[in-house]
Ligand binder design. Structure first.
Ligand code: PLP
Length: 407
């Protein structure tokens, strides 16, 4: 039997392993120092009571033969798909039918699973720096060519730097599939509606597909920033949107999200004809995915109650208060900082053109603060560093105090 050799081409996930290793080594050498971790992108606030109560009720239903639920619909329960349509899209003036919404066990799965219905011969364009999963799933699918000097030969890299305001320029080469993530991880920056519209127009002209990851949509703080790609004209014909309750509502451990595949979206088949992506994705899900847990879907439904909205918003405001604090204090201390206004990440330019890893080490050794080196997210992340706002207020404040005093 032969293996899928694409897996052997994957680069070691050097970034997070190396961050953990260096932090561990430091902790071992300095057992009395207290490390503050502002590196990983995971939430820390507990789930709001309204969500916990919904899960308790769902568990009790499973304990009674009259209310027990076995396999659910592969696309997700109607109660959740309707709640999504009424709460996430109708207020924006966007209409969907339930069969365009696919409940998932999180964005991570669908980001990779979408590969199943897309040809391997597509030219892909990916933001640089980027959430590493976009690259790796395409490596597994055999779309990325060979790796040389930190880059894949068949990826069109879309540099996002301070110089272009973290909004990538349209590629000169033809891109069939474009991956966009806004508000962005790792840079913490957002796009305006006009900036996003340019990408949708490009995709319309080139007949490309945009895979739009809006995992941080709930962190948007004003109406100039689009919550959904479908707020732009023509997006239903060119875009799949992926959302997650992980950061929105603290579901990183519960697992639930959704993917929108509009019926207007078509791809070319090998006869040159048009094929509906919604039909293909439905078929794929019915064969390979037996649905998200009932308990998780009831938990997600509770996010859309009045109480759920209030309680999840309070957690987001907690993180965004950290983000503002980090931004302001670092700016005052003379650092060049980006992001953190509509996302829980702050993207910091290293002082004096120091490399990402050198600055990471300096922060670790002098301040006992663990960050994430920007270069780990792609070549254009060099000379940047990511800090997250997912810590506690106390830790965040203490970390900033140390940075101001010791650097
Ligand atoms: C955290 C995150 C996700 C969410 O993944 P889940 O599988 O839903 O937990 C998706 N995209 C980005 C960019 C993220 O940072």
């Amino acid at each position: 039997m032969n293996i899928n050799n694409n897996f052997l081409r994957l680069q070691q996930n050097y970034l997070f392993t190396e961050v953990v290793n260096r932090a561990k080594a430091f902790a071992k050498a300095h057992p009395n120092n207290q490390l503050i971790r502002l590196g990983v992108g995971d939430v820390t606030r507990p789930l709001p009571p309204v969500i916990i109560n919904a899960m308790h009720r769902a568990v009790d239903e499973e304990a009674d033969s009259r209310t027990f639920r076995g396999y659910g619909p592969e696309q997700g329960y109607a109660f959740l798909r309707n709640a999504i349509i009424h709460n996430d899209y109708e207020p924006l003036g966007i209409q969907f039918t339930p069969d365009e919404i696919f409940i998932s066990d999180g964005a991570g799965s669908d980001l990779g699973n979408l590969s199943d219905i897309l040809g391997t011969d597509n030219r892909i364009a990916i933001q640089d720096p980027v959430y590493p999963a976009y690259i790796d799933t395409n490596v597994m699918a055999g779309r990325t060519g060979y790796f040389h000097d930190g880059r894949w030969s068949d990826i069109i890299y879309l540099p996002c730097t301070a110089e272009n305001g973290f909004c990538p320029d349209l590629p000169k080469e033809h891109a069939d599939i474009i991956w966009l993530c806004y508000p962005n991880n790792p840079t913490g920056t957002a796009l305006t509606r006009e900036q996003l519209q340019r990408w949708v127009r490009y995709a319309q002209e080139k007949q490309s597909l945009i895979i739009f990851d809006s995992a941080y949509e709930a962190f948007i703080q004003n109406d100039n920033i689009p919550h959904s790609i479908y707020e732009t004209e023509g997006a239903k014909e060119v875009a799949i949107e992926i959302r997650s309750y992980s950061k929105t509502a603290g579901f990183t451990g519960i697992r639930c999200g959704y993917t929108v595949v509009p019926k207007e979206l078509y791809g070319r088949n090998n006869q040159g004809g048009k094929t509906s992506l919604n039909t293909l994705w439905t078929r794929r899900q019915c064969t390979k995915y037996n649905g998200t847990s009932y308990i998780s879907q009831r938990a997600a439904e509770a996010i859309y109650t009045e109480q759920g909205k209030q309680e999840t918003r309070a957690n987001i405001q907690y993180y965004m208060q950290n983000a503002r604090l980090i931004r302001r204090q670092l700016q005052t201390a003379g650092y060049e900082v980006y992001g953190g206004e509509h996302a829980p990440y702050i993207w910091l330019r290293t002082p004096g053109n120091m490399s990402s890893w050198d600055f990471f080490d300096l922060l670790l050794n002098r301040c006992e603060v663990v960050a994430t080196p920007g270069v780990g997210f792609g070549p254009s992340g060099e000379n940047y560093l990511r800090l997250t706002a997912f810590g506690t207020h106390e830790d965040t404040q203490e970390a900033l105090q140390r940075i101001k005093e010791r650097l």
